[in-house]
Design a protein around this ligand. Structure first.
Ligand SMILES: NC(=O)C1=CN([C@@H]2O[C@H](COP(=O)(O)OP(=O)(O)OC[C@H]3O[C@@H](n4cnc5c(N)ncnc54)[C@H](OP(=O)(O)O)[C@@H]3O)[C@@H](O)[C@H]2O)C=CC1
Ligand SMILES: CC(=O)[C@@H](O)[C@H](O)COP(=O)(O)O
Ligand SMILES: [Mn+2]
Length: 381
């Protein structure tokens, strides 16, 4: 049986991973589950999947859970607990389904323990891609993409020589406001921004999708996962989210991966790679889909995407700062403190004040991350 640990088991990626696990009885053993504060759901998951250890974000949440999990379950908490679940649960594979750069230490711990990474937590690669990829290569640990676009590219590249890739193209739905002009965005509400046209996801990524920061994070994620320069990573708007991304080869052939917008497909592909198995996801009926649409990206309409490319090209701590400022600005928008368009204004203001450190170590990444968070909290909305 494959031993799986899930970081963020109560979230969108986590619950869909458990759906995949439950759909294939006897194939997987859940050895660790980590959540933030959803104690009720974590207790339910612990009773059903019987992991040897679980983790909550705080001691208080851990104490709430302790009396209700099966006898013998270790109940951990905090960053230390998360790192223990990732690196000390005996998992063959760790699914990184928590949000934000706080997933970095746990991802590194899993790599150090020799576990394969099913990577959903894109912020980890954005904040310290060189360190994660170097560590994984040194340990011979595979980093398997869960993000739908990256899973698509990974599937299209299967067995192909990298030298024959002309470019990869990530598709973008356009998010909640894809049919609005910039002038119409000043007064949009949190509720409107959380209404993604195609995918049901956690709050942070749904807002990132509306600002196009999500695609920016994904461009940087693709740079690290596939070892391609930014000149060969493009983005195209595709409102239906049926073509999950594609690769254009030097002979001008395009290979794309299509499917219904259902994360259980890329999650399962990472879990069973290189094998393909049946999934609980619906089949795509192209005759019913009828027509698919594509339109060019407008970088003036989506400054967060432009800033992500610029940060990626600058490298060093620039992507760390882009990510941290964006995380804080999105949290502030979700708390109702700032209007939607202030997200991009805050990210821009923080990036302007930052001088990137080249080839940063973990300490310099942590410093840049902390500085950017403080600057973004203090920035005028
Ligand atoms: N959702 C999707 O379809 C996709 C998501 N991704 C990426 O996957 C990651 C997860 O996204 P998503 O599932 O949508 O997010 P959600 O907000 O739905 O879930 C986040 C998870 O992280 C947990 N969590 C929060 N704080 C902590 C903490 N301090 N310690 C441990 N766990 C914590 C939450 O726990 P709790 O709820 O108990 O507080 C929850 O289980 C993100 O990086 C996102 O960009 C990528 C592609 C698609
Ligand atoms: C499901 C998934 O992978 C998300 O990252 C999704 O891509 C978000 O959609 P858009 O960013 O294209 O709106
Ligand atoms: Mn994606």
């Amino acid at each position: 049986m494959n031993k799986i640990a899930i970081l963020g088991s109560t979230g969108s990626i986590g619950t869909q991973t458990l759906d995949v696990v439950a759909s294939d009885p006897g194939r997987y053993e859940i050895v660790g589950l980590a959540a933030g504060g959803n104690t009720e759901l974590l207790i339910e998951q612990a009773k059903r999947f019987r992991p040897a250890q679980v983790c909550l974000a705080t001691k208080e949440a851990a104490e709430q859970v302790r009396p209700f999990v099966p006898p013998g379950t270790r109940v951990l908490y905090g960053e230390e607990g998360l790192v223990e679940i990732a690196g000390g649960s005996g998992a063959d594979m760790v699914v990184t389904g928590i949000v934000g750069s706080r997933g970095l230490n746990a991802t590194l711990a899993a790599i150090d323990a020799g576990a394969a990474i099913a990577l959903a937590n894109k912020e980890t690669l954005v904040t310290a891609g060189h360190l994660v990829m170097e560590r994984a290569a040194a340990k011979g640990v595979p980093i398997l993409p869960v993000d739908s676009e990256h899973s698509a590219i990974f599937q299209c590249l299967n067995g192909e020589d990298r030298a024959s890739v002309q470019r990869i193209v990530l598709t973008a739905s356009g998010g909640a406001f894809r049919d609005k002009r910039r002038e119409e965005l000043a007064d949009v509400t949190v509720e409107q921004a959380l209404s993604h046209p195609n995918w049901s996801m956690g709050a942070k990524i749904t807002i990132d999708s509306a600002t196009m920061a999500n695609k920016g994070l994904e461009v940087i994620e693709a740079h690290w996962l596939f070892g391609l320069p930014y000149e060969r990573i493009d983005v195209l708007i595709h409102p239906e989210s049926i073509v999950h991304s594609f690769v254009e080869f030097v002979d001008n052939s395009i290979v794309a991966q299509l499917g219904m917008p259902d994360m259980r497909v890329p999650i399962q592909y990472a879990l069973t790679y290189p094998e393909r198995r049946r999934t609980p996801a619906a089949r795509l009926d192209l005759a019913k889909a009828g027509s698919l649409h594509f339109r060019e990206m407008d970088f003036d309409r989506y400054p967060c995407l432009r800033m992500a490319y610029e940060s990626g090209r600058t490298g060093g701590t620039a992507p760390t700062v882009f990510n941290a400022a964006n995380e804080v600005a999105v949290a502030r928008f979700l708390r109702g403190e700032i209007p939607f368009l202030s997200i991009e204004r805050i990210v821009e203001a923080v990036l302007e004040r930052h001088t990137a450190v080249a080839n940063p170590g973990l300490g310099e990444i942590a410093e840049a991350d902390e500085w950017a968070r403080k600057a973004a909290e203090a920035a005028k909305g």
